[in-house]
Design a protein around this ligand. Structure first.
Ligand code: SAH
Length: 513
């Protein structure tokens, strides 16, 4: 046991996030991201890792991009120490591996100097990831028994760190270069001057491990021209060596159903992990940019009504996964006995709602498969003697509750239980920039509110600009109406008002193409 007066000491975890696919972080790294107190992260970190981290964790962006340094390195160092001294556990998230061309070493030195505990969690470094994803084994019994990782940053300056003459003499080895898009012509020239055969095989890989990665192959002397012709942009890795020739034979990437397709998912991140995963398994690149987020709303009056009512002809009405999640989450957190729910008949509108309830072991009494909430309520009025029932309507905060109106008109006694609030998300400027740099091919909206969210975050003009670069898929007519209200076009609409149906439609759409 620690002495009572000893202050809790924070620790800094220098974590490698891998090359950009959020699935390529280590299990250790991933678990720290959900247990730390603050995440301090760079440019090139997968957005999904940030948006899926628990909401109570503070997230601080300190990224650098080739053009602008957001925060000087000294300030980042100080920030790490400052947070650790406040007793926080800091996840310092860096692209690739934290100790490979990422200044992680300097951060560790500074932490040691200031007597702050740290741990290094290695990551998949971009150079090796690029080789793997392009089908280039950098070591090979017949062709290469040495691998050299180098940075081309500063190659055009006089005070070179890399001895290009020496690198030019590497034989039976593979040279892997970071930060080399702009410097490529200079690097190639110096290597050839240093003795590297101009005809040796080479490749450049842009945004490796994304389903939209680009692989450019050429002989060394032709690589700069070829990279320019194919418009290679940072981040990219170049690979030089006999092994680069294998890339053609061993190409394995981009062979899935949705390879090359970027899909933007706008629903709240905490409900979307399975969708991200599903799309990724089919080969798509997922742009996890939620436009809305939900937060708990303590509706004391609603709960009171729920707890007191119950009995014959009393109903619980769920119309979304969120309602189910927040409802049962609350009961659990307050240790309220689940048997209370048994006093109610349950209505579930929508496939997602039905599935969420079934996952918990509930078999709703009423769940016809109709498309749209309004139709559902109308159908309920036809099928059930609603004038006899009292209904607890589990929901989020809504300006108008169409469902309640219809049921009330039918004679039902409706009590709202407003469990969550939906808020617009906010995206940082660099995140917006990144979005426009690699815009989605398809934007998926699963509620009108998520469309409002996009317009709210970007402003109408920019939202239109994004929509013009993409196609839009919606969960049903109500959401489509909101899209059209903003003068955007709907390309696809789910027919059964469910996310799985929407996903199916998207898959079919790209298969037909
Ligand atoms: N610590 C990182 C490297 C940071 S330096 C690591 O271990 O990977 C940034 C450089 O990494 C970029 O200029 C680019 O050369 C390379 N890079 C990072 N992510 C990349 C990706 N997905 N595809 C290709 N190159 C990438």
């Amino acid at each position: 046991m620690m002495a009572e007066n000893s202050k809790k000491k924070g620790k800094v975890y220098l974590i490698g996030a891998g090359p950009g696919d959020p699935d390529l972080i280590t299990i250790r790294g991933s678990s720290l991201l959900s247990s730390c107190d603050v995440i301090i992260y760079d440019n090139l970190i997968p957005h999904e890792l940030i948006v899926t981290a628990p909401p109570h964790i503070e997230k601080i962006y300190v990224g650098k991009s080739a053009s602008a340094h957001t925060l000087p390195q000294e300030k980042i160092n100080e920030l790490l120490v400052e947070h650790a001294r406040q007793g926080k556990n800091v996840a310092r998230l860096k692209g690739g591996d934290p100790f490979v061309f990422g200044r992680g070493g300097e951060e560790a030195e500074y932490l040691r100097k200031n007597d702050v505990d740290f741990e290094v969690v290695p990551g998949v470094t971009a150079g090796l990831a690029a080789a793997a994803s392009a089908g280039i084994p950098p070591s090979h019994r017949d062709m290469s028994s040495a691998i050299l990782l180098l940075t081309a940053h500063g190659a055009a300056d006089h005070d070179l760190f890399v001895d290009w003459d020496w690198v030019g003499k590497v034989k039976k080895g593979t040279v892997i270069g970071y930060m080399g898009v702009r410097q490529l012509p200079t690097v190639v020239e110096k290597l050839i001057e240093g003795g590297m055969p101009p005809g040796i095989e080479a490749a450049m890989i842009e945004r490796c491990c994304f389903s939209t990665q680009k692989v450019v192959r050429a002989r060394l002397e032709d690589l700069p021209a070829e990279a320019e012709r194919q418009n290679v942009n940072p981040p990219a890795i170049f690979i030089i060596g006999e092994v680069a020739a294998l890339s053609e034979k061993l190409e394995w990437y981009n062979r899935k159903m949705l390879s090359g397709v970027r899909i933007m998912i706008t629903r709240p991140a905490d409900q979307s992990r399975w969708i991200y995963q599903l799309f990724r398994n089919m080969g798509a690149e997922v742009i996890a940019y939620p436009t809305i987020k939900t937060r708990y709303n303590d509706d004391k009056e609603g709960w009171e009504k729920f707890i007191r009512s119950g009995g014959k002809d009393n109903w619980l009405f769920f119309s979304g996964e969120n309602g189910v999640r927040y409802f049962f989450g609350y009961l659990k957190s307050k240790q309220i006995d689940l048997r209370l729910v048994g006093r109610y008949a349950i209505a579930a509108a929508g496939h997602g709602t039905l599935r969420a309830l079934r996952d918990l072991g509930y078999q709703p009494d009423y769940a016809p498969s109709v498309s749209g909430m309004v139709k559902f309520a109308q159908q309920m009025c036809e099928d059930i003697e609603v004038h006899k029932i009292k209904l607890i309507r589990v929901r989020g905060q809504l300006p108008h509750d169409n469902i309640a109106e219809i049921l009330k008109k039918g004679g039902a006694e409706v009590h709202p239980l407003t469990l969550y609030k939906t808020e617009y998300a906010d995206w940082r400027e660099n995140e917006i920039k990144r979005l426009f740099m690699h815009p989605p091919h398809m934007i998926m909206f699963s509620s009108g509110k998520s469309v409002d969210g996009l317009v709210n975050i970007l402003g109408h003009d920019k939202a239109l600009e994004l929509a013009a670069k993409s196609k839009i898929a919606t969960i049903g007519p109500t959401t489509s109406e909101v899209v059209r209200k903003y003068k955007m076009e709907v390309e696809l609409e789910a027919t059964r008002h469910s996310i799985p149906d929407l996903i199916n439609q998207i898959v079919q759409y790209y298969q037909k193409k």
